[in-house]
Write a protein that binds this ligand. Structure first.
Ligand code: ZN
Length: 420
């Protein structure tokens, strides 16, 4: 049962603002109803926090004057959290996509100057200001659909200076749009051309130079790796995780996307926040995630754009109680769309999640994937007042009906900020 009294004193409500007669999709598992529904309840905020969640006709509501928003039965969900993006980049990979559609393999595309290293070249060539300007429309698009918190990775710089430039740009674009950001150092995204054939030396640069400076300058909360046959090996990722943890940074990984490299076990062994992609995850990996409490982040956009056939083992993850988050993976090469609602839709249509699981994956479980379960992801007293008011008759419409956004208000930390 939710303790409703933090924002009350005796019978009077201590709050700055009140939303009444709402269908609150709290996603609080203790509520015990689908979507954690509190039907017709009121939500009060004080400062940046949710101060009270009260049933209709609660005596505390009687004397509260202004400002009161009558939701007239509309739905309120927690603010959306996109917990896996690469939204700062330079250049375009649309011509890669054109080639891929005609059957040209990735190796050939890379040989012709495309692929991830083309994004690295373009990103290195841009200034921090130019990267901010390029990323703004992408984050604006996410915010207009209700995103209040976003994760942004580096990983297209691959030198210390360029990785730092990306992380600074990520912080600035989030501030300008009015979205909370969780930044991640993904220097182990690809071996840069100047280290071709010397991946271990590059890993040393990541461990000995990049991670210490990023930790010292507080430019990231976590360190990510691409653990894959075409990227970094388990022992290399292990070194990076050890360095990250010794500098107080969380860890996570792109794992089991194209092959099974036992990357999920590696992330679980290090108590990682999340293991992401997971198309080739096996039963041992599922068990490792379940035991560690690591979140499985599903990224159906990349699966769709790459026209893959191998799906993550959603049934096994569900059966074993592994929390499943859903994110856009917004990036120029394999998931070039800025819509968390589309990612949720794909998670349902392509991977078989229920709309409730998809919405939980973009709220409660995404907060967990970013180490924010204590302060975000659900509508609970004491948590950050990040929530969305929707003109829908059922929350499944948010996931099902694409092409327009029935969002009425996007409240972040108790305020309705304009999306810049
Ligand atoms: Zn990614």
């Amino acid at each position: 049962m939710i303790a409703p009294h933090i924002g009350t004193r005796g019978m009077s409500l201590v709050a700055d603002a009140l939303w009444i007669d709402a269908k609150l999709a709290t996603f609080d598992p203790r509520v015990g109803a689908a979507f954690g529904l509190r039907d017709g309840w009121a939500l009060a905020t004080q400062g940046e926090r949710i101060a009270a969640i009260l049933p209709p006709n609660a005596p505390e509501l009687r004397d509260f004057r202004e400002p009161v928003t009558d939701c007239a039965g509309k739905w309120i969900t927690p603010g959306f959290i996109d917990c896996h993006t690469h939204l700062v980049w330079g250049g375009s990979r649309a011509s890669d996509w054109e080639l891929r559609l005609t059957g040209v393999p990735y190796t050939e595309i890379a040989k012709r100057g495309g692929g991830i290293l083309s994004t690295v070249r373009a990103t290195r060539a841009m200034s921090e200001d130019e990267l901010v300007a390029a990323a703004m429309p992408r984050l604006r698009a996410l915010a207009r659909e209700g995103v209040t918190c976003v994760e942004i990775k580096s990983g297209y710089g691959l030198t210390t200076a360029d990785e730092l430039k990306m992380l600074r740009a990520a912080g600035r674009v989030a501030d300008e749009v009015g979205v909370e950001v969780s930044r991640t150092l993904l220097a182990a995204h690809s071996v840069p051309p100047e280290f071709a054939g010397r991946a271990d030396d590059y890993v040393s640069l990541v461990c000995d130079e990049m991670i210490p400076v990023v930790a010292r300058e507080k430019l990231a909360e976590a360190v990510d790796v691409f653990c894959e046959s075409i990227a970094f090996t388990v022992p290399q990722c292990e070194r990076i995780f050890a360095a990250a943890k010794s500098h107080g940074l969380a860890v996570k990984g792109h794992v089991e996307q194209l092959t099974n490299s036992n990357g999920a076990e590696l992330v679980a062994r290090h108590g990682g926040w999340s293991a992401d992609h997971l198309e080739y995850l096996d039963e041992v990996g599922v068990q490792a995630l379940a035991k560690a409490g690591t979140v499985a982040v599903l990224l159906p956009g990349a699966y769709y754009f790459l026209r893959e056939n191998q799906k993550p083992p959603v049934g096994a993850l569900r059966d074993m109680g592994v929390p499943m988050a859903v994110a856009t993976d917004l990036n120029p090469g394999t998931s070039p769309f800025a819509s968390l609602r589309l990612a949720m839709n794909m998670a349902c249509v392509l991977y078989g999640l229920t709309p409730e699981e998809a919405l939980a994956g973009a709220t409660r479980e995404a907060a967990r994937a970013l180490g924010r379960a204590e302060r975000g992801g659900t509508l609970e007293v004491g948590k950050q007042a990040d929530f969305l008011v929707w003109d829908v008759t059922h929350p499944a419409e948010i996931v099902c009906q694409l092409g327009h956004t029935p969002l009425i208000d996007r409240v972040r930390r108790g305020k309705v900020p304009p999306v810049v």
